[in-house]
Design a protein around this ligand. Structure first.
Ligand code: AMP
Length: 282
């Protein structure tokens, strides 16, 4: 596996691969990899000739007081894991390489980033779409893989690709969970054993919401009452939001008509976890 750390070298390598007619499959990550990341990579391995990943903890998507400094990092472990899934190239730039002195441009998707994490993490999606646009310009992928675990991020990136005519096929991938339902996340490493148990409430709550929906309930207030109730049973759980939104616009809805998403963000102690589930008629 090759590791590349500079923008120029990565661009040169990708250009060369494109000229050779290779199909570049790209999985951007912030590292501290788990099965969720690896599932995206395995799909990339199947669908492209070259599997390229990035490991970059992007400072601009963290707000002041968030966990940028203590975000878990373990490059040695990550490199061992990615070799196991057949990654060809790992792009691993420094923050200075990505944001040299004088950097002053941003890509901002408007509507779909307003609600949910857009309220609690101002500037977060601007950081995400800017870094993903940069990575796309550096890596020049044909295909790019993103997890539905970060549902609002996936929708925002889809919007950006469409609005800015980026010639890239995006593939959304299902959320990979621990056996007790907790969505895999690098941040799960922050949880102590007690909190780890409590963290299962997010998925239990989402499943309850989905069950009510399939029993015919269409009032979001009724469903969300149950969802909140389950999460609030945990003694260190504090709900940031629990909402039901239109699955495409991500606007709040009162009554579920088309496809919808239940999205939750919950602080367990100091650790902020997110999860979601799609509601649609089967
Ligand atoms: P991150 O390293 O957290 O920025 O995540 C990198 C990519 O992996 C993003 O597209 C995430 O949505 C995706 N991802 C993270 N956790 C999971 C999971 N549990 N299942 C599937 N994809 C995931």
């Amino acid at each position: 596996m090759e590791t590349i750390t500079t923008v120029k070298e990565m661009q040169r390598r990708s250009e060369q691969l494109r000229r050779e007619g290779k199909k570049i499959a790209f999985v951007p990550t912030m590292g501290y990899l788990h099965e969720g990341h690896l599932s995206l990579m395995r799909e990339g391995r199947k669908r492209g000739n070259i599997l390229l990943i990035s490991i970059f903890v992007n400072p601009t998507q963290f707000g002041p007081g968030e966990d940028y400094d203590r975000y878990p990092r373990d490059m040695k472990r990550d490199l061992a894991l990615v070799q196991g899934v057949g990654v060809d190239i790992c792009f691993n730039p420094s923050a200075q390489e990505m944001y040299p002195d004088g950097f002053q441009t941003a890509v901002e998707v408007e509507g779909v980033t307003k609600n949910l994490c857009g309220i609690s993490r101002p500037g977060h999606f601007r950081g995400v779409t800017t870094v993903v646009a940069k990575l796309f310009n550096i890596v020049k992928p044909h295909l790019a893989f993103f997890g539905q675990k970060d549902y609002q991020q996936l929708i925002a990136i889809k919007r950006m690709v469409e609005d800015l005519d980026m010639d890239i096929e995006l593939i959304g991938m299902p959320t990979i969970r621990e056996t007790d339902g907790l969505a895999m996340s690098s941040r799960n490493a922050y949880l102590d054993p007690e909190q780890r148990k409590e963290a299962t409430s997010l998925y239990r709550a989402l499943l309850k919401g989905k069950e009510l929906y399939h029993q015919g309930e269409r009032s979001t207030a009724v469903i969300l009452n149950h969802v909140r109730g389950i999460i609030e049973e945990g003694k260190s759980a504090a709900i940031d939001y629990a909402k039901i939104c239109d699955a495409h616009t991500l606007e709040d809805i009162e009554e579920i008509k088309g496809e919808a998403v239940i999205a939750v963000a919950v602080k367990i102690g100091k650790t902020r976890l997110i999860d979601n589930i799609i509601l649609k008629e089967e």
